[in-house]
Design a protein around this ligand. Structure first.
Ligand SMILES: [Fe+2]
Ligand SMILES: [Fe+2]
Length: 145
């Protein structure tokens, strides 16, 4: 579960770098800045998951074990399509939230240190999702999403 979480964070870093560079347009700037900030946070999460794997006497997996899953965060046909990026981010964060909730549940009565770490990361992801849900609201209010 921690290895999966580690790879989810690494893929999110990759996708957020992509989507913090590609978008065009005046309104894209807010999204770009927000993703640039998230990249650092997600990278921190990846490191935390990696460290915890090691502390539990596991080995952090190499890149050949990685298989990409974030189809929804691929570059849109039009680089001004910000709604595509916002929805992709919400889906990525929701995927993380679901998986981390499973880890938290699994850790009950087994590993409270991992549980504590994952609860904090979960809190970050809920904050990310809420922020992007707010961005989406604006587009919805204008009938653009
Ligand atoms: Fe994360
Ligand atoms: Fe996140």
């Amino acid at each position: 579960m921690l290895k999966k979480a580690y790879f989810m964070e690494v893929e999110t870093v990759m996708s957020y770098i992509t989507n913090s560079i590609n978008p065009d347009g005046v309104r894209a700037q807010e999204i770009i800045e927000s993703l640039e900030q998230d990249i650092q946070e997600e990278l921190g999460h990846a490191r935390q998951f990696g460290q915890r794997i090691k502390e539990l006497y596991g080995v952090v997996p190499g890149s050949l074990d990685f298989s990409a899953e974030q189809s929804y965060l691929q570059p849109p046909d039009e680089q001004t399509d910000i709604v595509h990026v916002i929805k992709g981010v919400i889906e990525a964060e929701t995927g993380a939230i679901d998986h981390y909730n499973k880890i938290v549940e699994f850790c009950d009565d087994k590993d409270l240190v991992t549980q504590d770490m994952v609860i904090q990361i979960l809190h970050d992801e809920e904050g990310h999702r809420r922020l992007f849900e707010g961005f989406l609201r604006e587009y919805k209010a204008e009938g653009l999403a």
